[in-house]
Ligand binder design. Structure first.
Ligand SMILES: [Zn+2]
Length: 494
């Protein structure tokens, strides 16, 4: 006889303290057992594979166990063993996904009429209870309204919102959480040790992650990995087995986008495609990659991303290449095109278009951001520079250009240079003539004289200069916003 058991069954928790990540539910149920305050119906909800029916069974075991200690079952007495093996005459399990009709619930109604055979409580564990028909729910409601003392219902569901309020309001509710990757990884590592299997950190992480919050699924993947790799699970082999893309692929793609290298990204992508790379995996992979970069960039906290430490460090380095607005823009495009991608008849071409667009848009954002910051820098420098130069008397040209901006009543034409100088009206005409001469003949004596005029006007001029630059920067910002709006509009109407 084949005695192979899948890990999820072999290592199914038999005590509350073996159930991982669901402390609230397990502790509350243990306390209920210790204080003997038992409700007649419980509703346990949460995603699949996280321990709903496991908790229900441990609860049934602990309540019926003769050697129960601190709310935990002994797992050694006859009752415990029978429940573990699914043969206890007072514990019924019903899968509402396949037994959803009124007849099935009538069978429960009939069974509920009789006292338990062996134990003090009779249990009905109904899995996927939301699948019951309305008539079946009504029949169930009749029992729940006036349950006999010995009867306990444990209803489990992945869709608690589909359960009629008349039912759920009569239950004590527990909403179980998805299991964290590190908790799954810890559990798999313990199991691997017990099975004498060596597994490297990256494989452990990959398997836990593929479980998507469900320990049962992760253990199923672990079993697959063992059957493929044997007693020694190595990441390189595992990756091949699942035909998974290397994280490296996404780092490479984001580097092309960072450099704005459309040609490079297309060549690289074409190579991936030829290697049989799955495009759906690619799309969700690249979206997750930029999401991780944005999280690191905006929070500086890598505990929020589900990756191994090696990869987390890579993310920290990579995030230096992008600004927050660049990452937001890239993610916006990826999200906007997600539906289009899903239903596209030619996903390859669409992917290529998106990649080129990412390269281009990213470059535009850099250019504009750089331009604005350079202008701000320029403004800061020139205003400092201006004041220093004015003070040391070297700023003729810039000052005469500046004074041009001012509205004046006197205009003097310099015939030699055919250039018009506009100066403020409070400057005496004699001085102005000298100023013009000073420009033409670079006469040092007269430059000294002009310094006096400039000094009297210094404050007006520099403040004008600042105003001029601020308005230029504001105009650029407006242009930047308009451009953004335009691109968004184009994308919306695509
Ligand atoms: Zn026991």
């Amino acid at each position: 006889m084949n005695d192979y058991k899948v890990s999820a069954l072999k290592y199914r928790p038999q005590r509350f303290d073996e159930v991982i990540s669901q402390d609230f539910a397990t502790q509350t149920l243990k306390n209920a057992i210790i204080s003997k305050k038992i409700a007649h119906s419980y509703l346990i909800s949460g995603p699949r594979g996280i321990g709903k029916t496991t908790i229900a069974r441990v609860f049934a075991k602990a309540l019926n166990c003769k050697n129960q200690k601190d709310g935990e079952p002994c797992n050694e007495c006859e009752s415990c063993i029978e429940i573990t093996n699914g043969i206890h005459p007072d514990v019924f399990e019903l899968d509402a996904a396949s037994n959803r009709g009124i007849d099935d619930v009538r069978a429960i109604q009939d069974a509920a009429k009789y006292y338990p055979v062996k134990a003090s409580y009779k249990f009905f564990i109904v899995d996927e209870v939301h699948m019951l028909t309305i008539q079946a729910f009504n029949a169930l409601l009749k029992i729940l309204e006036e349950p006999p003392q010995y009867l306990i219902f444990i209803l489990a569901t992945t869709n608690p919102e589909k359960i009629p309020p008349t039912i759920s309001s009569r239950c004590q509710k527990f909403n179980l959480q998805r299991i964290k990757i590190e908790d799954i990884s810890k559990r798999i590592s313990e199991i691997a040790k017990k099975e004498n299997i060596t597994i490297d950190e990256q494989s452990l992480f990959l398997i836990s992650k593929l479980g998507d919050g469900a320990l049962r699924d992760a253990l199923g993947i672990f079993d697959l990995a063992v059957s493929f790799c044997g007693q020694n699970i190595v990441y390189d082999e595992l990756k091949q087995f699942f035909n998974l893309p290397e994280k490296e692929v996404y780092f490479k793609i984001s580097d092309f986008i960072y450099k704005g290298d459309s040609k490079g990204v297309l060549e690289y992508f074409s190579n991936l495609f030829d290697q049989g790379f799955d495009l759906h995996t690619f799309y969700s992979g690249i979206t997750e990659h930029f999401r991780n970069l944005l999280i690191i960039k905006s929070t500086k906290d890598c505990s929020l991303i589900d990756e191994s430490d090696v990869i987390k460090n890579k993310y920290i380095q990579e995030s230096d290449k992008f600004s927050e607005s660049q990452l937001l823009r890239i993610l916006q495009i990826l999200f906007d095109d997600e539906q289009r991608f899903k239903f596209s008849a030619n996903q390859r071409i669409l992917s290529e278009t998106i990649l080129v667009e990412l390269c281009r848009i990213n470059k535009e954002v850099i250019d504009l951001e750089r331009l604005i910051s350079e202008l701000e820098e320029f403004k800061k420098k020139t205003s400092e520079h201006d004041i220093t130069n004015i003070k040391s008397g070297n700023s003729y040209q810039s000052l005469t250009t500046k004074t041009k901006e001012k509205k004046t009543s006197e205009i003097i034409n310099n015939e030699k240079e055919t250039e018009t100088y506009q100066v403020s009206e409070e400057i005496h005409s004699e001085n102005i003539t000298k100023t013009s001469l000073a420009i033409d003949e670079k006469n040092t004596d007269e430059i000294v004289e002009k310094d006096e005029i400039i000094n009297s006007n210094e404050n007006t001029v520099t403040s004008d200069y600042r105003k001029f630059d601020s308005s230029l920067i504001n105009k650029l910002r407006t242009l930047f916003d308009l451009e953004e709006e335009r691109i968004n509009n184009v994308r919306r109407h695509k």
